[in-house]
Every structure is written in C-alpha cells, then in structure tokens.
Design a binder for this molecule. Structure first.
Ligand code: NCD
Length: 319
C-alpha cells in the first residue's frame, strides 16, 4: 500500500511551540534535499518559489539571519523586497498593523519578520493573507535558529533523541533558548540549562518539566554530547542581573580547561554573534569541536525548507 504524502499543516511559522515532531522532521528532511542544491558546484538555484513575492521586514538588527533568509530566497528563485524599517513611515508614527496592511495590499506571498515585541508575528498573522515567518520576536521565539541547530546536531550525531544538550548563558532573555527548548524536548533530547541563578527563571520549569536547571557548569560538562553557548544580551538589560563580567567569565565561560572535561567528540554550538573572551574563548570558538560556522551554512537549506513548505505544503515542485 502506498503511504500518504505528508502535507505540511501550517500556514505560518510563528514558533516551534505549535509544531509536532512530524512537522519538525519534515522540515529537516526537506532541508537535506536543499543542502544538496546549496552544495552543487555550479548552479545552486531551483525554481521552487519562482513568481512568489517575499518581503523581509527586519525591525531589529541582524547579520546572519537576514542574510541567510535572503540567500535562501535567492536559491529558491523568489522575488524579494527588503523593507528598511529605519527609512519607512514607521518613523513617522505609522503602526505595525498599518504598515503591514499596506504591504498586504501589494500581495506578497510570504513575510519574514524580526521584531522586538513578543507576539508581533501572531498579531500580524491574524490580519494578513501572506504566510508569516518569525525571524525572532523579542525574548520569545527564534524558530529557524532552533531548526538549524537541530539540523546541525542531527547531521553530526545522526539523531536528536536521547542527546544530552547543555544550553549555557543568558537563559532569561534568549529567544534562541525558548525555541530550542520546544524543539529539543519535542524530539526527545535531554536539555540542561546552565546560568547564574538570576538568569535562570525557575518558572520555566512549569513549561518544560523534564529540563534540568543548574548554576554549576563544571559538574555537568562530562555528560554532555553538545554544549550550546549563548551571548549575554546586554541590550536587553542583562547587566542588571549579574555582578559583573569577570564573575560571569570565571564560572560560565567555555574555555579550553572546561572543554578538556567534556567527551572528546562534544559539539560546541553558538548562534552568534560571539563575544570572544566573554562567554567563549577564541581557542574554543575556532577549535576542532566547534560547529559554529556549520550552523551558519546549514541555516540556508533549513530556511529554504521552511519557506518552501509554507508555500507548497503538498511538496509540489520538489527539487
Ligand atoms: C540571536 C538572535 O538575534 O536572537 N542571533 C541570531 O539570530 N543568530 C542571538 C543573539 O542575539 O544573541
């Protein structure tokens, strides 16, 4: 009997929370096909989103995510508009909804947005016909980052289930950690969150009951398969939660001495931007265990997969 083809059941990617393990697997599997396209020696382009209009709306700074989305869109042959929030009428007092409705009037198929307000994407999705992709909403979610992290881990270890992953750093203010918590726990990985007590909100336990919380980084290192390091988000006020950078470095920096306590094949991840010499030393960030630039490379096929599945839920025009 022929198996039914998987139909991607979501119009938007607002976060990892609404996705099922099957949805996550479908995105990662489709990304494998797109990785082959990205690795081709000659023409790295497929017509999968030809004639689709995509608007990139970045209201917060971004280097990796914005460029990665744009490269992914070009690889899919989409038409792209980059909306510049600084020169837009938002600076003249137009609301986000009015800006979005005006963009909607130009009939885009998909909008990729980064915004400082948690829930901004969910709000827009109720007013717009286009599919919305969350490229980061405040300290809430950053779903494509978690998907590319998962893709990178699955590529190295061949699985996510049962992997022991420590996430170390500014847990309180990180959208990367929230999306990773949803994704890794849905896929059966074991997550340990590591941070100073003030950056480790205990109320998160109610949402992710199986997750371990600790401020003793050194004690958990030997058991981990992967260590994901996060930046201190000084722009979100983290400086008020820690006594000082020196103290943070002493207990939470991933340096060579700490890495020596880890399993030899431990994977070191970081979503970037890296603050060298603070949360991670250059020796570790550039060392043999690091997958940091693999994460960046993998971001392109993963974002291709997300945009493709939102526009072609039945998998039409599979490359
Ligand atoms: C992160 C972000 O902006 O949420 N970076 C990224 O998208 N690769 C993490 C951060 O800013 O620390």
């Amino acid at each position: 009997m022929a198996t039914a083809r998987y139909v991607f059941p979501h119009k938007h990617l607002l976060g990892i929370e609404p996705l099922s393990p099957d949805d996550i697997t479908a995105i990662l599997d489709q990304a494998v096909a797109f990785e082959e396209v990205c690795e081709r020696p000659d023409i790295k382009i497929v017509p999968a989103l030809r004639k689709k209009l995509i608007v990139n709306l970045f209201f917060e700074n971004s280097t990796r995510t914005r460029n990665s989305f744009e490269i992914a869109q070009k690889r899919l042959s989409a038409e792209i508009i980059n909306f510049d929030a600084d020169t837009s009428s938002l600076s003249k007092g137009e609301t986000l909804i009015d800006t979005a409705m005006n963009l909607q009037a130009m009939h885009p198929d998909l909008i990729v947005m980064r915004h400082s307000a948690p829930g901004a994407h969910a709000l827009l999705s109720r007013h717009m016909k286009a599919s919305i992709v969350n490229a980061g909403d405040g300290a809430h979610e950053h779903p494509t980052q978690a998907l590319l992290d998962a893709y990178t881990l699955r590529k190295k270890f061949g699985r996510l289930e049962g992997l022991k992953v420590a996430i170390v750093g500014d847990i309180r203010h990180s959208r990367v950690v929230r999306s990773n918590l949803w994704l890794l726990t849905k896929m059966g990985a074991k997550v340990t969150l590591v941070a100073p007590p003030t950056l480790l909100p205990r109320e998160m336990k109610a949402t992710w009951p199986g997750v371990e919380f600790t401020s003793d980084f050194d004690s958990i290192i030997p058991a981990m398969d992967a260590i994901m390091i996060l930046r201190i988000q000084f722009e979100r006020g983290t400086g008020n939660f820690i006594p000082g950078q020196g103290e943070y470095i002493r207990f939470f920096q991933l340096n060579e001495a700490r890495l020596r306590k880890a399993k030899p094949g431990v994977a070191v991840l970081h979503p970037g931007p890296i603050n060298r010499g603070v949360e991670i030393t250059s020796e570790v960030a550039d060392g043999p265990n690091n997958l940091i630039l693999d994460q960046v490379t993998n971001g392109v096929p993963v974002r291709m997969s997300v945009m493709y599945l939102l526009c072609h839920p039945h998998g039409e025009a599979v490359p």
